[in-house]
Design a protein around this ligand. Structure first.
Ligand code: CO
Length: 175
């Protein structure tokens, strides 16, 4: 017992000695550097911090509906959309995707282009109006897409499978 205590005491003394040496070795230059570093940290904290990444779960069903009509995110936020087709119908008859469109998109025009793109292209046309999109999935399948939220504003998301847009449409709100 006493031996053990002696050992601990010795160890503590060594630690104190080591610490004291380090402290004594601290030069003016070293102190300045430390000050600079803390200044930098303060500046960093003052800046508006990058919003944390967010994951949004959305479901598409056999009755041609998304379970969400509104998705809210922050500008510059990394957004992951997980689209799950909770139905059973196959992709050819009830395919779902999730497409985020730019504000000035002519929806009818886009819808026509999506139809023409065909199922082999996930009904995703070549278009400058797409901000982000998933692939097309059938019943029981899921897919996802990750992207950076665009500038503040109100956007529209749709399923671009032919005939689905009127039922499968929602608002993507960026604040
Ligand atoms: Co659909």
């Amino acid at each position: 017992m006493i031996k053990k205590m002696k050992k601990i005491l010795m160890m503590s003394m060594i630690s104190v000695f080591v610490l004291a040496s380090c402290g004594g070795g601290d030069t003016e230059e070293g102190k300045e550097e430390t000050k600079e570093q803390s200044k930098k940290t303060e500046t960093k904290d003052e800046k508006p911090s990058q919003p944390q990444a967010v994951t949004i779960e959305i479901e598409g069903s056999d009755d041609m509906k998304f379970n969400k009509k509104l998705i809210k995110v922050k500008e510059g936020q990394e957004v992951t959309i997980n689209l799950k087709h909770v139905g059973e119908l196959p992709i050819k008859s009830m395919g779902h995707n999730w497409v985020l469109l730019k504000k000035d998109t002519d929806l009818d025009e886009f819808n026509m282009a999506a139809y023409e793109a065909g199922i082999e292209n996930n009904h995703i046309p070549e278009s400058d109006n797409i901000i982000a999109h998933t692939d097309l999935v059938g019943g029981g399948e899921q897919t996802s897409v990750t992207f950076t939220a665009p500038a503040k504003g109100k956007y529209t998301f749709i399923c671009s499978f032919p005939g689905h847009m009127s039922m499968m449409k929602g608002t993507f709100l960026v604040s």
